[in-house]
Design a protein around this ligand. Structure first.
Ligand code: KG4
Ligand code: ZN
Length: 358
C-alpha cells in the first residue's frame, strides 16, 4: 500500500515540513533561523523554540500546498521527537499531536538521527545493511544500519562534531554562520599546507575521532598571524580555512577506511557506504570519501545537498518505514533531548552546543 506522510522537523535551528509518498518527495519546505541567531554566535535554544512555535503552522501549510494535498489525503504524521534542543523538539511534537488529535491521523515519533541515517534509502533505495558516516553540527558517528530500528555504532567523536568545528572556525576567523559553507568557500582559494595543523587521534587505533583540538589550533594560528601583522588578510583567512578543512578530511578519510574494514569483516558481501548530515554537503569531503570508496570497490551514496542538511523529508521517510513495520505512537509521545540510535553502545563524551551527542 502507498503511504503518504507529513514530516515535521524542529530539533535545532531549521523549521521544516515535508510530504513524502513512499520514496517520492512531494514537497519539502525549510525555514532557516540563521538571521535570528546571527548576533549571538550560535543557536540560542529559547529563540529557536519560539521561532519554531511561530513558524510551524505556516511551514506545514506550505508543504501541503506544494504537494497539492490536504490533511485528509495523508496516512500519518511523523515528527522528530529527539534528540535535539528540547524546546524546539517540544514545539514540533505538540504541533504534531494537535494535528493527530484533530484529524485522527496516526502519529509517529522519529529519531532525528534515524532520519539522517535512512536518507540514502529515500534517495537511492539502498538495501540494508550499509555503513553510514553521520556527520553534522551535533553528531559524528559511524553506524552500521541494519534496519530502520537496528543500528550498531562502531565509532564517533569524543568531543566536538565536525560541523561544530566548522562553525567555530568560521567564528574565529570572522566568517558568517553557518560556518561550513563559508569555510568551504574560503578554502577554495587557500593553501592547505601553509599552517601546520594537527590530525587528532589519527594514529590511535579504532574509529573514534576528536575535533576540539583542531579548533584550538586554528585559534592559536590566527592569534599568531594577528600578533605578527596586526590583522588577518583575506588570503590568511583562506589559508586557515584550507588547512582546517584538509585536516578534517584527512581524519574523516582515515577513520572511514578503518570503519569500512570493521564493517566488511562483519558484512563481507554488502559493500556500501553512505554519508548524511549537514557536513556531508561539503564538496571536498564528498570527493575524498568518493575516491576512498572507489579504491575499496565499495558503492558510495551521497544524498543531494538539500537532503543532507536538516529537513523534514527524511523524517517523513523514516516515519513511512516505521509505519510499514507497524509502529504507532499516541498522545503520550514525549520529546527526548538525548536519544542514541544504538542503545547498547556506551555514551560518547561531550554534549555539544547543538544538542546532546548520542
Ligand atoms: O545536519 P545539520 O543541518 O544539522 C544538525 O547539526 O543536525 O548540520 C548543520 C551543520 C552545521 O554545523 C554546518 O556548518 C554544517 O552542517 N555544514 C557544513 C557544510 N554545510 C553545512 N559543513 C561543512 N561544509 C559544508 N558545505
Ligand atoms: Zn541533523
Amino acid at each position: 500500500m502507498t503511504l503518504t506522510i507529513l514530516g515535521i522537523e524542529s530539533s535545532c535551528d531549521d523549521t521544516a515540513a515535508a510530504v513524502v509518498r513512499d520514496t517520492e518527495v512531494l514537497s519539502s519546505v525549510v525555514y532557516g533561523q540563521t538571521d535570528l541567531h546571527a548576533d549571538f554566535g550560535g543557536v540560542v535554544p529559547e529563540i529557536a523554540a519560539r521561532a519554531h512555535a511561530e513558524k510551524l503552522d505556516h511551514c506545514i501549510e506550505e508543504a501541503l500546498q506544494n504537494a497539492g494535498l490536504k490533511l485528509v489525503d495523508l496516512n500519518g504524521i511523523a515528527v522528530t521527537a529527539g534528540p535535539g534542543l528540547i524546546g524546539g523538539v517540544l514545539s514540533g511534537v505538540m504541533c504534531a499531536k494537535g494535528i493527530s488529535a484533530a484529524t485522527g491521523l496516526p502519529l509517529i515519533g522519529v529519531n532525528h538521527l534515524a532520519g539522517h541515517a535512512l536518507t540514502p534509502r529515500l534517495t537511492d533505495q539502498i538495501p540494508y545493511p550499509y555503513l553510514m558516516l553521520l556527520v553534522s553540527g551535533g553528531h559524528c558517528q559511524f553506524l552500521i544500519v541494519e534496519a530502520h530500528d537496528k543500528y550498531q555504532r562502531i565509532g564517533g567523536t569524543i568531543d566536538d562534531a565536525p560541523g561544530e568545528a566548522f562553525d567555530k572556525t568560521a567564528r574565529i576567523l570572522g566568517l558568517p554562520q553557518p560556518g561550513g559553507p563559508s569555510v568551504e568557500k574560503a578554502a577554495k582559494s587557500g593553501d592547505p599546507k601553509r599552517f601546520k595543523l594537527p590530525r587528532p587521534l589519527l594514529n590511535q587505533p579504532g574509529c573514534d575521532m576528536s575535533f576540539s583540538g583542531l579548533k584550538t589550533a586554528i585559534l592559536r594560528a590566527r592569534d599568531s598571524v594577528v600578533a605578527e601583522k596586526g590583522g588577518l588578510t583575506v588570503q590568511d583567512q583562506a589559508d586557515l580555512c584550507a588547512g582546517f578543512q584538509a585536516a578534517v578530511i584527512d581524519v574523516l578519510i582515515e577513520k572511514t577506511r578503518r570503519a569500512m574494514q570493521l564493517y566488511l569483516d562483519l558484512n563481507p558481501a554488502k559493500r556500501s557506504f553512505a554519508i548524511a548530515g549537514g557536513v556531508a554537503a561539503n564538496g571536498a569531503i564528498r570527493d575524498g570519501l568518493m575516491q576512498l570508496c572507489a579504491g575499496l570497490e565499495t558503492d558510495f551514496v551521497a544524498p543531494p545537498l538539500r537532503l543532507c542538511t536538516d529537513n523534514a523529508a527524511m523524517i517523513a521517510y523514516a516515519g513511512i518505514e516505521m509505519m510499514r513495520a507497524g509502529h504507532r505512537d499516541d498522545l503520550t509521545l514525549t520529546a527526548r533531548p538525548r536519544w542514541p540510535l544504538d542503545q547498547r553502545a556506551a555514551p560518547m563524551l561531550g554534549s555539544g552546543k547543538k544538542g546532546a551527542k548520542a
